[in-house]
Write a protein that binds this ligand. Structure first.
Ligand SMILES: C[S@@+](CC[C@H](N)C(=O)[O-])C[C@H]1O[C@@H](n2cnc3c(N)ncnc32)[C@H](O)[C@@H]1O
Length: 375
């Protein structure tokens, strides 16, 4: 409902000059904060009805003092206790029984207090809860008015809840059916307007799940500034249809977003579960006594040992090859030295042979010369 604050609710409240405003369904306090700022500026009292408020009530009460009163109870119990009020914002339990009786009690309490019927804003008159009940707490709804419901998601293209998951709001208690008697927020408003004798008008603003404004005739008659604003708010039929089409598009995109977020949450959970299982398995294996290590782990150990053994053998082989190569080199050098020595000896032999031949020839010549000389 807080999305309508700036454009619709605040401008109307400004022309109304209320003394007391009632908020039903404060939740996290988004709209409560807006209202409190407004109340501070215009000296107005705020009554916030919230069975389970999700904001720091004590801190806010300290900050705003008497300006804020929080009723931690259901709306149907709180309305009969209210003092004179001029405006009500309804955004609590989104089902026919609650909304119909909230309006009835507002009418009765107004009569008791002698005040005219107030200005009432109601959120969620569009899809999905305009024509389908949601029960925040099903036990608080009398059985005769409680439709069969389940915690299953909703899609705009089917009336059935989605059995196989997906859709929007799967965490809420959604009625199994829609578009039938005494079902949904808008149906409750229409049924109340048919039953009441008060001269009331309903303005429907499409978008952000739809806002309904119930305007009492006396306000239009007695407050011209207010009635000028209301004239500007009544959407023409083509404009209302156009806004509904934009809303349908927005809802389709929002549905996609919610379904993707749900898928991511599921995947995250699977990853966490698998991680947990793996951690457990590793711990079991690590803590298991030696004899009970599963076969796979034994094989893995053997593989490690075999690989280490193979590496040792390979290292030895490499060392052996290296040694052999070194020895081969040394031998080759040795052979080469012997070859050189042989070559020298051969050369000396050849030289010796030559000298022998030369000396032999000279001796021969000498001997021959001695026989032929003078006598
Ligand atoms: C949709 S939320 C309200 C959102 C709020 N108005 C905003 O604009 O942010 C509905 C709230 O109504 C409360 N709620 C449910 N049943 C209720 C009841 N019978 N009376 C009052 N509040 C009720 C829920 O606890 C929830 O916090």
């Amino acid at each position: 409902m807080h999305r309508f604050w700036e454009t619709i609710i605040q401008p109307l409240l400004e022309t109304l000059h209320p003394q007391r405003i009632v908020e039903i369904g404060a939740d996290q306090g988004f709209n409560t904060k807006n209202l409190l700022t407004f109340c501070d500026q215009h000296d107005v009292q705020l009554e916030a009805i919230a069975p389970l408020p999700r904001f720091d009530v004590e801190a806010w009460q300290k900050q705003y003092g008497e300006r804020l009163r929080v009723h931690r109870m259901l709306s149907l119990n709180a309305i009969p206790r209210l003092e004179r009020f001029e405006a009500v914002l309804i955004d609590g339990d989104h089902n026919w029984y609650t909304v119909f009786h909230e309006l009835k009690l507002i009418e009765n309490r107004s009569a008791e207090l002698g005040q005219p019927f107030p200005l009432v804003f109601l959120h969620d008159i569009g899809w999905p809860y305009g024509r389908r009940d949601l029960y925040y707490n099903p036990e608080t709804i009398p059985e005769a008015y409680r439709k069969p419901y389940r915690k299953k998601g909703i899609r705009p293209d089917t009336s059935e809840l989605l059995e196989e998951g997906g859709g929007i709001n799967p965490h809420f208690n959604n009625a199994l059916s829609e578009n039938n008697l005494q079902n949904g927020v808008l149906t409750a408003i229409e049924d109340f307007l048919r039953a009441t004798k008060e001269p009331l008008e309903l303005i429907k603003i499409p978008g952000f799940h739809g806002l309904g404004i119930i305007i009492p005739g006396w306000m239009l008659e007695q407050n011209s500034q207010f009635s000028q604003r209301i004239i500007k708010l009544r959407p023409t039929l083509p404009l209302a249809r156009h806004m509904e089409m934009v809303e349908e598009e927005r809802l389709a995109l929002d549905l996609q977003r919610q379904e993707r977020e749900a898928t991511i949450r599921r995947l995250d959970a699977t990853v966490k579960r698998t991680e947990g299982q793996l951690t457990e398995e590793v711990q079991v294996h690590e803590n298991a006594p030696q004899g009970k290590i599963p076969e796979a782990k034994m094989l893995q150990q053997r593989l490690v040992e075999s690989t280490q053994a193979l590496a040792t053998v390979q290292a030895r082989l490499t060392a052996f090859e290296h040694r052999k190569a070194t020895e081969r080199k040394a031998l080759r050098e040795e052979f080469s030295k012997v070859d050189q020595a042989l070559a020298i000896i051969q050369a000396q032999l050849v030289a010796l042979e030559q000298r022998k031949a030369t000396e032999g020839a000279a001796l021969q010549r000498e001997l021959t010369g001695v026989g032929k000389g003078p006598t």
